[in-house]
Design a binder for this molecule. Structure first.
Ligand SMILES: Cc1cc2nc3c(=O)[nH]c(=O)nc-3n(C[C@H](O)[C@H](O)[C@H](O)COP(=O)(O)OP(=O)(O)OC[C@H]3O[C@@H](n4cnc5c(N)ncnc54)[C@H](O)[C@@H]3O)c2cc1C
Length: 449
C-alpha cells in the first residue's frame, strides 16, 4: 500500500485501525488490517487491482457517520479513506451543477459554493462525505422538497473491482441512454464499486424562507397534520415531526419549546407574498387539525437555533445514555400511511414499556425512533430488537421500506427477503456477482454472497 499511496498515507497503527473499525451505530467494532488515503483515482484503481488479485476486502470510508454499520470493515482488509480526495473540481454555475471528488464533506462543499448562490440540498445532518452520501443514498430534512441524494446525482466516476475506471451518466437532466449505472451505484453501500467523482445537481439558495413550529396534543394529531399539509399541495422545504420526548431532549441544549408533539417546518419561496400566503394556509391547516400553538416567521437566529437543535438530537441522545447500546429505526412509508405508522409505533412504545424518542422527516414519510438499553442488559436489548422487527414489518405492510435513508448495512440485511422477496434478493446477488466476482467490495453488506 505504501508503494501506491506513499509511506505517510498508509497506516496499520492500532489507533488508526480503531478509528476506522466502527461507524456511529451500536454494531460491534471490526478492525481493518490497514487504512490508506489515496490522492487520486489512479491510486484508488491501483489499490483495487492489487486487492482483487489477492482477494482482499476493501471498504470505502467517508466520514464514518453511518448509522447501520455500513462502513464497518466486516472482513478486515483495506479501508480506503477518501479524505485526501476532497476537492471541488468544477462548478457549472449556469447549469446549477458541480463536479467534486468523493471525499469532500457536503457542509464544506456548500460553504465553498455559497459565493455562487447555489447549494446541494440533501442534508443528512452529520457532516457526511459525498461518496458516503452517494453510497448510502442519504436523505434528510430537505428531501421533502428537493429529493434524496439519488435525485440529485447526474454522473459518477467509479472504480470497478478489476480496477477499471468508468464514467456513468452525463450532465444532461434527461438521460435515456441504456442501463442506468449511476443509479445502480447510488445506494449500493460501496459493494459494487468505489465512487471517486460525482457530478451533482445544485439549487439556488432561496430568496425568502420562513420557519414555523406547531404543537399538538398527541403524536397522532401531529402525524395527521403532516398528511394534511402535504395532501393540500403545499410544498414545505422541511417538515419534521418530534414527539414530546424528542422536544424534551432538544430543549436540554438548544431550544425552549413546549414539551408537546411538534411539527418543525420551513418554507422557501422566490417572492415574499407567496411565502406569506403559504404560511397562512399552513397555520389554518394546523389549527383545523388541533394545533394548540402555532408560531410562524421566526427570525434567522431562531430558525438556525431550531435546526441546530434538530440536527443535534442524535448527539444529545447519545450523550444522555453514554453507557447504553441503542437501536435506531429508519422506516419510511407513503405519506398517506404516515399517521398509521406513527400511531402503531407509539402504541408499541406503550406495550413494550419503552421511553425512546420518536422523530423523523415526516414530510416524506420517514420515521425514526431511538431506544436505549444498558450494555449488559440482554433482555432489554431483545425487547428493542423485537420493537424494531415489528415496526419494520408494519412499515413494509404499509407499502413502505425497512430503511428510507440509513441503508441496509449490517442490521437491515435480515429484512431484505421480507421486503424484496427471494427473487428480488437473488437478482441483487447476481448483480453483486457480476460487478464484484471476488466479493472484495465491503463484503457482508446488503446481501450475503
Ligand atoms: C447524528 C447523525 C444524524 C444523521 N442523520 C441522517 C439523516 O438525516 N439522513 C441520512 O440519510 N443519514 C443520516 N445519518 C447517517 C449518515 O450521515 C449518512 O448515512 C451518510 O451518508 C454517511 O456518509 P459518510 O461520509 O459518513 O459515509 P461512511 O459512513 O464513511 O460510509 C458510508 C457507506 O459508504 C461507503 N463509502 C464511503 N465512501 C465511498 C466511496 N467513495 N465510494 C463507494 N462507497 C463509499 C462505505 O463503505 C459505507 O458503506 C446521520 C448520522 C448521524 C451520526
Amino acid at each position: 500500500m505504501k508503494s501506491i499511496v506513499g509511506a505517510e498515507h498508509a497506516s496499520a497503527a492500532d489507533s488508526v485501525r480503531g478509528l476506522h473499525g466502527q461507524d456511529q451505530s451500536s454494531h460491534a467494532q471490526v478492525l481493518p488490517d490497514v487504512v490508506v488515503w489515496p490522492a487520486s483515482t489512479a491510486e484508488v484503481s491501483a489499490i483495487v487491482k492489487h486487492a482483487n488479485a489477492h482477494k482482499i476486502a476493501i471498504t470505502g470510508w467517508g466520514a464514518g457517520s453511518s448509522l447501520e454499520g455500513n462502513s464497518i470493515p466486516l472482513k478486515g482488509g483495506i479501508v480506503i479513506n477518501f479524505g485526501r480526495m476532497n476537492q471541488i473540481l468544477k462548478v457549472y454555475e449556469k447549469d446549477f451543477q458541480v463536479t467534486v471528488q468523493a471525499g469532500i464533506f457536503y457542509k464544506d462543499m456548500n460553504a465553498q459554493l455559497a459565493k455562487t448562490g447555489l447549494f446541494f440540498a440533501p442534508d443528512p445532518g452529520a457532516n457526511a462525505s459525498i461518496g458516503g452520501m452517494v453510497a448510502n443514498n442519504a436523505a434528510g430534512t430537505r428531501t421533502v422538497k428537493y429529493g434524496a441524494t439519488r435525485d440529485n446525482v447526474l454522473a459518477l466516476e467509479v472504480v470497478l473491482a478489476n480496477g477499471d475506471v468508468i464514467r456513468t451518466g452525463c450532465r444532461s437532466k434527461k438521460q435515456s441512454a441504456g442501463y442506468d449505472l449511476t443509479h445502480m451505484i447510488i445506494g449500493s453501500e460501496g459493494t459494487l464499486g468505489l465512487v471517486t467523482e460525482a457530478t451533482l445537481n445544485l439549487e439556488p439558495i432561496p430568496e425568502y424562507y420562513s420557519a414555523a413550529v406547531a404543537s399538538f396534543p398527541t403524536t397522532e394529531d401531529a402525524a395527521e397534520a403532516v398528511f394534511g399539509i402535504i395532501g393540500s399541495g403545499l410544498d414545505p422545504a422541511a417538515l419534521e415531526i418530534l414527539d414530546a420526548e424528542s422536544v424534551r431532549y432538544m430543549n436540554m441544549r438548544h431550544t425552549d419549546l413546549p414539551e408537546k408533539p411538534t411539527l418543525l417546518m420551513e418554507f422557501h419561496a422566490a417572492m415574499e407574498e407567496s411565502l406569506n400566503a403559504e404560511m397562512t394556509l399552513v397555520e389554518d391547516i394546523c389549527n383545523d387539525l388541533g394545533a394548540t400553538r402555532f408560531e410562524v416567521g421566526v427570525g434567522r437566529d431562531e430558525r438556525n437555533r431550531l435546526w441546530e437543535g434538530r440536527h443535534s438530537l442524535g448527539e444529545i441522545l447519545f450523550s444522555v445514555y453514554p453507557d447504553s447500546t441503542y437501536l435506531i429505526t429508519d422506516v419510511s412509508v407513503p405519506i398517506s400511511q404516515f399517521p398509521a405508522l406513527a400511531a402503531y409505533t407509539n402504541q408499541l412504545f406503550t406495550e413494550l414499556d419503552l421511553n425512546g424518542a420518536l422523530f423523523g422527516h415526516a414530510g416524506d414519510g420517514s420515521l425514526h425512533t431511538v431506544n436505549f438499553a444498558p450494555k449488559d442488559d440482554l433482555a432489554k436489548q431483545a425487547v428493542l430488537q423485537d420493537f424494531n422487527d415489528r415496526v419494520v414489518k408494519r412499515a413494509i405492510e404499509l407499502d413502505g421500506t425497512s430503511t428510507g435513508e440509513h441503508g441496509v448495512g449490517i442490521g437491515k440485511k435480515k429484512y431484505m427477503v421480507f421486503e424484496h422477496g427471494e427473487g428480488g434478493v437473488d437478482a441483487m446477488r447476481q448483480l453483486k456477482h457480476l460487478f464484484d466476482p471476488n466479493n472484495i467490495f465491503n463484503p457482508g453488506k446488503v446481501v450475503d454472497f
